[in-house]
Design a protein around this ligand. Structure first.
Ligand SMILES: [Zn+2]
Length: 254
């Protein structure tokens, strides 16, 4: 068995560490220092680094970690990350023998062109693609690509725990309430997320079922979401990709 714990980095990044009290795997180490501190504190040996995409706040700590732990670095095949030793694309899998943990790879382009997710043991590591109640910005991909990627994640089992890269939940809930003011679950989610943040606790992981219930970017077929997006852009939208593109643009402008 293993635990999955967040290490905070920068202002709102989470670096996820999967460990069994002896061995540790780190997901998206944007910086090395907090990871090295954690490993030292818990007397853990790093066995692998997993990267979801090339942004420096997700890979910036690779090199310094490698200087202390010369481990394999897994990352997206179609992005250039100099420290990656094992290039991955959809259909590939990673087996971390020390943790008896198998992860399969999903291609989820949109935030970046080659963004990947790691899925296994009822857990999803999805970087900056799916956030609690939100989604990543479209830096390199199209709205259609991101829509397809998000829906791919939404088809994972309901109980899947969603480990994303940032603590954006409260701001995302505020936006979701603008898009879907009638969604009562958002109110409950806001109450619990505010309580967690007051205690300086992460609001993550989320779950796929929670995201399907609350996340407007996964609800582009819902009448109230279509209505709000249509109001925002001033014309009647019918297809879900246009609804998605509109609410993504709307959130960018807030
Ligand atoms: Zn990013």
């Amino acid at each position: 068995m293993f635990n999955i714990v967040p290490v905070s980095a920068f202002t709102d990044n989470y670096i996820w560490i999967i460990h069994d009290q002896y061995h540790a795997v780190v997901v998206d180490p944007g910086e090395a220092k907090p990871v090295l501190n954690f490993l030292q504190q818990k007397k853990l040996k790093l066995i692998a680094i997993l990267n979801t995409h090339h942004h420096s706040d997700h890979v910036g700590g690779n090199l310094a970690l490698l200087q202390q732990f010369p481990v394999p670095v897994y990352g997206p095949a179609s992005e250039s990350i100099s420290t990656v030793t094992h290039c991955l694309k959809e259909g590939d899998s990673v087996y971390l023998a020390e943790l008896s943990l198998g992860l399969s790879i999903l291609d989820i382009p949109g935030h970046t062109a080659g963004h990947i997710a790691y899925y296994g043991a009822n857990s999803l590591f999805c970087g900056d693609t799916l956030f609690a109640c939100g989604c990543g910005r479209l830096f390199e991909g199209t709205a259609q690509q991101m829509y397809i990627s998000l829906n791919k994640l939404a088809r994972l089992p309901d109980k899947t725990a969603v480990y994303c890269g940032h603590e954006y939940t409260l701001a995302n809930i505020n936006f979701a309430k603008l898009v879907e003011p009638g969604n009562q679950t958002l109110i409950q989610l806001q109450v619990s997320a505010e309580k967690q943040r007051r205690s300086n606790l992460p609001t993550l992981p989320s779950t796929i079922v929670m995201e399907k219930t609350c996340n407007p970017f996964l609800r582009c077929n819902q009448p109230e979401v279509i209505h709000s997006a249509s109001n925002y852009i001033g014309k009647h939208l019918t297809d879900p990709v246009s609804v998605f593109a509109t609410i993504r643009e709307w959130k960018n402008n807030i």
